[in-house]
Design a protein around this ligand. Sequence first.
Ligand SMILES: C[S@@+](CC[C@H](N)C(=O)[O-])C[C@H]1O[C@@H](n2cnc3c(N)ncnc32)[C@H](O)[C@@H]1O
Length: 311
Amino acid sequence: MATVRELLLAGVNRLRASGSESPRLDAELLLGHALGADRTVVIGHPEAPVGSSAADRFETDLRRREIGEPVAYIRGFKEFYGLAFATDRRALIPRPETERLVELAEDEVLRRLADGRPPGSPALRVLDVGTGAGTIAVALAVALRRRRVADQVALFATDESPEALELARENAVGHSVGDRVLFLEADLLPPVVTTPWDVVVANLPYVRSGAVDGLPIAASFEPRAALDGGPGGLEVIGRLLERLPHAVAPGGVALLEIGSDQGDAIGALAAARLPGWRCEVVPDLAGHPRVARLRPGRAGPGAFGAPGAPS
Ligand SMILES: C[S@@+](CC[C@H](N)C(=O)[O-])C[C@H]1O[C@@H](n2cnc3c(N)ncnc32)[C@H](O)[C@@H]1O
């Protein structure tokens, strides 16, 4: 019977040869998956013997990884914002950089709730556009439940992909927030917006079409529509900007994830499509541009009817 150490070493060598950028981590995660154990167990017990069914499973998973399939699809889940999200080819795998967007959205919601809303105020309305696996909406719903403010917030999430929405609903149910998020199939926003949202958050595709094929091979297993942001990268986001004046409530905010090289481009796009709005670019933990924060100005179209605004 092979030991953990032997299987791991063989796995690392094979994944390195196949071009994986993180062969040791991948092999540890996959061996842990085959054993039904955490990666730390694999690291902590190198001499443990591995039974034949776990060794067979590790072999099958290694072959999938050798041809480039992402570890998250092989294991069937990915950790995001302290939660395990089910992952498969129906939707993009949640990325760590998107946690920054969730943090900022959570802050915006909590600040508004703490600002002393009059008793009987309607629930704060929050929309996640292009929800994919339900990543942002579900992470927010769980965070707001932990803060005991879930009842004061109405969460909505859209995607144009019915397959992604199916996975998003599964993740919402898996985290016991299935009744907390309303998932809608839509091109960006529902066709008729009757009541605008206080917080709009979106991680829409922003990779330039010409760069999609140059991404690491793992990305070729993900839906192209989740990555491809059009020839310039910001086409989908640009279409959303045009609709924000009708979607964001007076005093509201939109938070949009962008690529680390798109800080200047999003500023220029916002200036052109959202006259009168303020656009700030918020960096991620590495100091790179990551989120565009957009607010209607007092005189901007989104501020129409706001208290104190000219009528
Ligand atoms: C980059 S993925 C992000 C998924 C998820 N928000 C996340 O952060 O993991 C972009 C998502 O936007 C969706 N999408 C792309 N274009 C869209 C559109 N016009 N309307 C609605 N959703 C769209 C894709 O189907 C995909 O699920």
